[in-house]
Design a protein around this ligand. Structure first.
Ligand SMILES: C[S@@+](CC[C@H](N)C(=O)[O-])C[C@H]1O[C@@H](n2cnc3c(N)ncnc32)[C@H](O)[C@@H]1O
Length: 376
């Protein structure tokens, strides 16, 4: 398992189905030209610069593009909803290499605006051009919050904003900004429903290898490192066989209505041991659902241990205690999550747990605890 590290987008004709008609890209009202960015990178905080720099390199985009569960889910959601995209104005928030913009343009969108702060957008321009979409896709460099769009309103927002544990990177904030400033009434967001799930796992060997190392480093006691190591959630793939409790959904966001304040939350959870085992920590993942017309099955995908691999893997929070469980024992608690005050792209997570074991030795095995984590 690997610790979390950053993955690091004049003439207006109102139609009845499409909010806004296009004006050709070369007549756009945007202040942003090909040569400039609407946002001066130097004016951004070090954290923000670091964040956007991480998307400058092709490698991170290669990883995302090669994540077929991710990329094909977006393509399927657009292809299966061609009718929804037909003649629509689409905003691609954080367009990266332009893949989602091209999916939308190829599947009927009247015009697509792709916005990205990272220099990768210069590559997107070349790609959009050689693939023949220059007249259908306008690419603007800068923070979405700073660019001036060539259309006052858009019909559809597409964005791949999800980070580890869903909310790491805080890019959802930008999608909500786009929704509140640019989405026409009745407009759609792809995807528009996301949920976070939790379960218990047995991972004694790796956990203890990772923590016990600090007991004796070349004969010295390095144990002050142990709480520091414990504070870092681990991003890695979890074999579903390691899951030894029931799973539960802890939070669900509807992107059509969720507010920034909702992204800071405290939620209860309750899971039940499925076998005699040890619960060393909690594994979390998220699921996503795209809009679909009434009666049509929506495209959805999961980043969970029971689903196919995605580059988001899963996020594991080790607990201080190793919980010796018998089938039916209950682990309940609360999970608190919010942006870190120093760097709002990091996440502060707090897990309070109350393990209620039953049986003759239930009292000895029952334990309460609390762990604080920082995803950075
Ligand atoms: C996860 S990548 C997705 C890239 C592309 N849409 C794809 O699916 O391959 C997110 C992109 O959003 C950009 N981004 C994040 N926040 C942004 C903001 N506030 N304004 C503009 N671009 C942003 C990043 O630079 C990055 O290229």
């Amino acid at each position: 398992m690997a610790p979390c590290s950053g993955r690091f987008a004049s003439w207006i004709l109102v139609l009845c189905t499409s909010a806004i008609a296009i004006s050709p890209p070369h007549f756009t009202m945007s202040k942003t030209t090909k040569a400039e960015s609407a946002t001066e990178k130097e004016n951004l905080s070090q954290f923000e610069q670091h964040y956007f720099n991480s998307y400058d390199h092709y490698g991170i985009h290669e990883e995302m593009l090669q994540d077929t569960v991710r990329t094909l889910s977006y393509r399927n959601a657009i292809v299966q909803n061609k009718d929804l995209f037909k003649d629509k104005i689409v905003l691609d928030v954080g367009c990266g290499t332009g893949i989602l913009s091209m999916f939308a343009a190829k599947n009927g969108a009247k015009h697509v605006i792709g916005v990205d702060m990272s220099s990768i957008i210069e590559m997107a321009r070349k790609i959009v051009d050689i693939n023949g979409f220059s007249d259908k896709i306008t690419l603007l460099r800068g923070k979405l919050e700073d660019v001036e769009l060539p259309f006052p309103k858009v019909d559809i927002i597409v964005s791949e904003w999800m980070g580890y544990f869903l909310l790491y990177e805080s890019m959802l904030d930008t999608v909500l900004y786009a929704r509140d400033h640019y989405l026409a009434p009745g407009g759609l967001i792809f995807p528009d429903k996301c949920s976070i799930h939790i379960a218990g796992l047995e991972d004694s060997e790796y956990k203890h290898q990772k923590l016990d190392y600090w007991q004796d480093v070349y004969g010295f006691d390095y144990t002050p490192f142990i709480p520091v190591v414990m504070e870092e959630p681990i991003v890695d793939t979890v074999d579903s066989n390691l899951i030894n409790t029931t799973r539960t959904k802890i939070v669900e966001f509807d992107l059509n209505t969720v507010t920034l304040a909702d992204l800071e939350f405290k939620v209860p959870f309750k899971i039940t041991a499925k076998r005699q085992d040890t619960i060393n920590g909690l594994v979390t993942w998220f699921d996503n659902v795209f809009p679909a017309p009434e009666g049509k099955k929506p495209v959805e995908f999961s980043t969970g241990p029971y689903a196919a691999y995605t580059h988001w893997k899963q996020t594991v929070f080790y607990l201080t205690d190793d919980l010796e469980c018998e089938k039916g024992d209950v682990l309940e608690g609360t999970l608190t999550c919010g942006p870190n005050t120093r760097n709002n792209r990091d996440l502060d997570v707090n897990i309070k747990y109350d393990f209620k074991a039953s049986g003759v030795d239930g009292e000895q095995r029952s334990v309460k605890g609390e762990n604080k984590y920082l995803m950075h």
